[in-house]
Unconditional design. Structure first.
Length: 172
């Protein structure tokens, strides 16, 4: 897995100050994507053990609220395998931090029989606090929305959704 960027002080992609990882690789190719350079799976820098350690160090600050996974597409099968160990380590070593992910796949696609669903999908999903789901749709772009770019995208409370067996939206 490669990544395009790491932001150590991000306030746009989830509540509070966050560390944000932009993974490389996305097959959605949404019109108007603000990170189209990350569509290429080989874009950026290889994600290594040292990258994981750096992210854990960045997250281990009292003013950092959590980790956000963006892309590219974190839930491309190639990226899920690389992200699962990182998210497991964050949960284990920094349990007070929240974990958000943005995906062009919908909840239903990730939990159903789509190409996004694989052996790492549910384990990765189960470690998230919030999933922002759905592709960016240029015609539904709305700059007044909090933490998302188009009106079709949902902020899903993952623990509540898993417990209820149906989508529960996140309330700030």
């Amino acid at each position: 897995m490669n990544y395009g960027a790491i932001k150590s002080c991000d306030v746009a992609n989830g509540p509070g100050v966050r560390v944000t990882l932009f993974v490389s690789g996305c097959r959605h190719h949404c019109l108007g994507c603000f990170q189209s350079q990350t569509w290429d799976f080989s874009y950026g820098t290889p994600f290594t053990e040292q990258t994981q350690e750096m992210l854990l160090d960045l997250l281990d600050k009292p003013y950092i609220h959590g980790l956000t996974l963006l892309g590219g597409e974190p839930f491309e099968p190639e990226n899920q395998a690389g992200l699962l160990p990182l998210v497991q380590r964050v949960r284990q070593h920094l349990p007070g931090k929240t974990i958000w992910a943005f995906s062009g796949f919908t909840w239903e696609q990730l939990t159903g029989e789509s190409r996004a669903s694989g052996p790492n999908t549910l384990p990765l999903l189960s470690l998230l606090d919030v999933l922002v789901d759905g592709p960016f749709i240029q015609e539904k772009k709305n700059l007044s929305l909090r933490f998302r770019g188009s009106e079709n995208q949902r902020l899903i409370d993952v623990p509540a959704t898993l417990a209820a067996g149906q989508v529960v939206l996140w309330e700030s």
